[in-house]
Design a binder for this molecule. Structure first.
Ligand code: GLN
Length: 268
């Protein structure tokens, strides 16, 4: 008999330490760039409200997350193909999506706004006739553009990420873009060369974390964790941390120190 078998049968095997049930790891797909929800900071580290929030939820509920950055549309498709466990990408809870996915409780309010070139003359929907409007593939903004393009007579052009959407307006190829309000406000406050157009927010919605309908257990965990982090104040801390980087009043310029002493007032 092998020595280990002997040891086993004679009960001499070291008792295994009490092993805790291994924490489950869930893969969550995110958008590439959607500040303040997910983006790369100066050091190319991926940060944002979504990232901090899902980590806090996972910690509160004892599971692990592996984050995967892809395009918004790519993330949604991967969830549909069951290649990831969830999508957290400033994703709007819509009736159509609810037919396909299960959603967590809402965690942020949003809606669609229009942005235009900072120095351009176009500010209204009625000025878009015959012009191009940039939107991101598969988003609520793209839906809004498609549903209103006939009425206002514009064409749409789609991109896979928000940066390209904005650049198309900045470069003058598109007369406007549609984007989520908190995202557009943040981008403008942090120096993007666009301004909000004169349009009422459309398609008011809430962000939620999308999960496969066949995984009610994960939805439960996320909702329980979300409740905990709201109650502990962590949710507010996370949101405030990122919003403080955005819509902040511009710095007051201090008068420069004169290089030569000012002439005494009686000299005049
Ligand atoms: N909230 C929008 C949607 O769900 C856009 C999301 C995004 O671009 N990441 O369609």
């Amino acid at each position: 008999m092998w020595p280990w078998a002997l040891a086993f049968f004679s009960g001499q095997v070291a008792k295994p330490e009490r092993v805790q049930a291994a924490e489950k790891t869930y893969t969550i797909a995110m958008d590439t760039t959607f500040p303040p929800f997910e983006f790369a900071d100066k050091n190319n580290k991926r940060v944002g409200i979504d990232i901090d929030l899902i980590r806090a939820i996972a910690k509160a509920e004892g599971f692990k997350v592996q984050l995967k950055a892809t395009s918004f549309n790519g993330a949604v498709q991967e969830l549909q193909a069951n290649q990831v466990d969830g999508v957290m990408a400033g994703m709007s809870i819509t009736p159509e999506r609810k037919k396909v996915f299960a959603f967590s409780d809402p965690y942020y309010q949003s809606g669609v706004v229009m942005a235009v070139a900072k120095k351009g003359h176009i500010t209204k929907l009625s000025q878009l006739r015959g012009k191009r409007v940039a939107v991101k593939t598969g988003t609520a903004s793209a839906d809004y553009a498609n549903s209103s393009k006939k009425k206002y007579g514009f064409k749409t052009v789609t991109f896979d990420d928000s940066n390209n959407v904005y650049q198309d307006v900045i470069s003058g190829n598109s007369a406007a873009c549609f984007e989520d309000k908190p995202v557009m406000q943040y981008a403008i406050a942090t120096g993007l060369g666009l301004k909000l157009g004169n349009m009422k927010m459309a398609m008011a919605n809430d962000y939620g974390i999308a999960v496969s309908k066949s995984n009610p257990e994960l939805v439960k965990k996320i909702n329980a964790g979300l409740k905990k982090v709201r109650k502990s104040g962590e949710y507010t801390k996370i949101v405030e941390k990122y919003l403080a980087m955005g819509p902040r009043p511009t710095r007051i310029k201090r008068p420069r120190k004169p290089t030569t002493p000012a002439a005494p007032s009686w000299a005049y």
